[in-house]
Design a protein around this ligand. Structure first.
Ligand SMILES: Cc1ncc(COP(=O)(O)O)c(C=O)c1O
Length: 356
């Protein structure tokens, strides 16, 4: 099966990648069974590998990161509990109110720079034991932080926050949709991050370039609940070895190359920083996500997105005055250089019009 890469330079997300020819071949050659009946060899092998790389007893394959996160939340809370996360957390912003709808929990926000928070911010969210208050039950961190601009939680901060969470008697969940990015950027092994959490979710469909697939890992007792919840949510699949084969291929071939995506994001940010109406702190780019501020005096970010789209560069207006670009497997360095030319051209043209 040939590669079917689109022509546009699509920087909206690292989720837009298409399977490579070699990944299609791996999918075609997958040994299949029925995962709901428990005999899907490709899924079982992937789950064992993920559990082992995260240093957990078991892992469970999921169709999406959202279902993975929400299953972990339901498995570790009771209705009426409070869950603590950063205000930019994906589980809050982009999962459609699921913590309230599916687990009946309230959210409380521990704030901090670039999607991260300190132990004291966590403690400030934990209210005294009193029948007026929702009991804090679960602390969540996201590594890398999507809303924080792809920031990597330093391992020492993870250790301190997780230790504080345990002091408060909280469970901990790591939204590791981009944990491989964090690991490649920091040199910290996956296991070292994961050991501090009761449950960890990872996604194969972000930087790793698989079309579909996520996983939750944890201890045997918690995972028994996670397996049941996956079934309840409709996430148990049949010949899902097709997908597991793509995910396994992605783990075999697409982890080390994440460093290229990180270098490309930094190169984009450094090259475009001098252009009006964009502002970015290029030094803060650690992985594959970059947020550019668009001067509101120039116009809304959505206008810039439309102008770039018309020239074949796809981005997202992540706020009225902000665009987000994400680098990934399907954008090479020459494509990044072309995108820089196009963005600079659009910005330069605007300046020329203004001064004309
Ligand atoms: C940090 C984070 N967590 C979870 C998800 C959810 O993944 P999915 O789109 O597979 O549901 C995303 C999606 O981009 C994400 O960025």
């Amino acid at each position: 099966m040939p590669d079917s890469k689109p022509d546009a330079i699509d920087l909206r997300s690292d989720t837009v990648t298409r399977p490579t020819g070699a990944m299609w071949e791996a999918m075609r050659g997958a040994e299949l069974g029925d995962d709901v009946l428990g005999d899907e060899p490709s899924v079982l092998r992937l789950q064992q590998r993920v559990a082992s790389e995260l240093g957990k007893d078991e892992a469970c394959f999921f169709p999406s990161g959202t279902m993975a996160n929400q299953s972990a939340i339901l498995a570790t809370t009771q209705p009426g509990d409070e869950v603590i996360c950063h205000p930019t957390a994906h589980i809050y912003h982009y999962e459609s109110g699921a913590p309230a709808a599916l687990s009946g929990v309230t959210l409380r926000f521990a704030d901090g720079e670039r999607g991260m928070y300190e132990p004291d911010a966590l403690s400030a969210c934990v209210r005294p034991v009193n029948h007026h208050f929702a009991p804090a039950r679960l602390a969540i961190i996201e590594n890398t932080s999507n809303g924080g601009g792809g920031s990597v939680w330093p391992i020492e901060l993870v250790e301190r926050v997780a230790a504080r969470a345990r002091e408060h008697g909280l469970k901990t969940h790591l939204d590791g949709a981009r944990l491989w990015n964090a690991s490649v950027a920091s040199g910290v092994p996956l296991k070292d991050f994961a050991q501090h959490f009761d449950t960890v979710s990872v996604c194969f469909s972000k930087g790793l370039g698989a079309p579909v697939g996520s996983a939750v890992a944890g201890d045997t007792q918690t995972m028994a609940r996670v397996y049941r919840i996956r079934k309840m949510f409709g996430g148990a699949m049949r010949q899902s070895g097709l997908l597991a084969a793509a995910c396994t291929f992605a783990m075999d071939h697409h982890i080390d190359r994440l460093a290229d995506d990180h270098a490309n994001a930094k190169h984009l940010a450094e090259s475009l920083a001098p252009f009006e109406p964009l502002t970015i702190d290029a030094a803060s780019i650690e992985t594959n996500i970059a947020f550019f501020r668009v001067d509101p005096g120039w116009g809304p970010a959505s206008k810039l997105v439309d102008m770039l789209e018309a020239q074949g560069v796809r981005t997202i207006a992540s706020a009225p005055d902000q665009i987000r670009v994400v680098t990934h497997l399907d954008v090479s360095r020459p494509m990044i250089d072309r995108a820089i030319e196009i963005v600079a051209g659009v910005c330069a043209r605007k300046t020329e019009q203004e001064t004309a």
